[in-house]
Design a protein around this ligand. Structure first.
Ligand code: KIV
Length: 263
């Protein structure tokens, strides 16, 4: 059965862990879908893992739409989340709407954008116009230069702002929020306070769901993979088995462990 924002919210209520995985093409979209991944994120991580850049900053809305179209042809049950790339939504809410429409016309069911309280007006604007939005807070890779690197966020006094960001995007109507590279206790608090699902990546086991970058979890990204990822090809006989093991480990609460989390 197709995964929707409604079924995802119910999964949180039922404490049924939610699985997200990135994919950028038809074959991997079909593979992730066949292995029961709840949502396929056509992430702007494509800038790194598909295009070989150091950051997602060079990714254009045309790139995102192209990869979304490819994935959409392969997936039938998974929710497809299209990522709004750097510069495609920050100018004003009208710009965000125009580009979110492009992603949805390319086959995305929902869109993701980076930012918390600062994006509240944009999220409201999109939601009021029928677009389901996932927010992404914590380590927001499009702001990597402003953040001073790919670093853990929300430690110490910054925790309060991150909690406010999470509450703000929920209030604005976001259907889910990605928490990237944040201390696990903070992710737990945010998860407990929100009624919408939290999807963690480097945010510990308490999140309602998990997301990984496909190339990291297959161990095929030539550069260093982050601490919070796990190579599921180790011990697997096929790519299908690796993805199926990831889904099973998230569902059973086996992944992530302390080793993949931050304090
Ligand atoms: O672009 C992406 O793959 C992402 C995930 C890291 C959450 O935003």
């Amino acid at each position: 059965m197709a995964v929707t924002v409604t079924s995802m919210k119910k999964m949180k209520a039922d404490k049924d862990k939610i699985t997200w995985l990135t994919a950028y093409d038809y074959s991997f979209g079909a593979l992730a879908d066949a292995q029961g991944v709840d949502a396929i994120l056509v992430g702007d991580s494509l800038g790194m893992v598909m295009q070989g850049h150091e950051t997602p900053i060079p990714v254009s809305i045309e790139d995102s739409c192209y990869h979304t179209q490819c994935v959409a042809r392969g997936a039938s049950n998974s929710m497809i989340v299209g990522d709004l790339p750097f510069g495609s939504y920050q100018m004003n809410k009208e710009q965000a709407y125009e580009n979110a429409v492009k992603l949805m016309q390319a086959g995305a069911h929902t869109v993701k954008l980076e930012g918390g309280e600062l994006q509240v007006e944009t999220i409201k604007f999109l939601v009021e116009r029928g677009i389901a939005v996932c927010a992404h807070i914590g380590l927001t890779p499009q702001s990597v230069h402003q953040l001073g690197g790919f670093k853990v966020q929300g430690r110490g006094v910054a925790a309060k702002q991150l909690l406010e960001d999470a509450l703000g995007v929920e209030q604005a109507g976001a259907f889910a929020v990605v928490l990237e590279a944040v201390p696990q206790t903070l992710a737990q608090e945010i998860t407990d306070r929100l009624s919408i699902p939290t999807i963690g990546i480097g945010a510990g086991p308490a999140c309602d769901g998990q997301v990984l970058v496909l190339q990291d979890m297959l161990g095929i990204y030539p550069k260093k993979s982050p601490k919070f990822s796990k190579n599921y090809m180790e011990g697997a006989g096929s790519v299908q088995e690796a993805v199926s093991n990831y889904v099973a480990e998230v569902k059973q609460g086996v992944f992530p462990t302390e080793q993949h989390s931050f304090n």
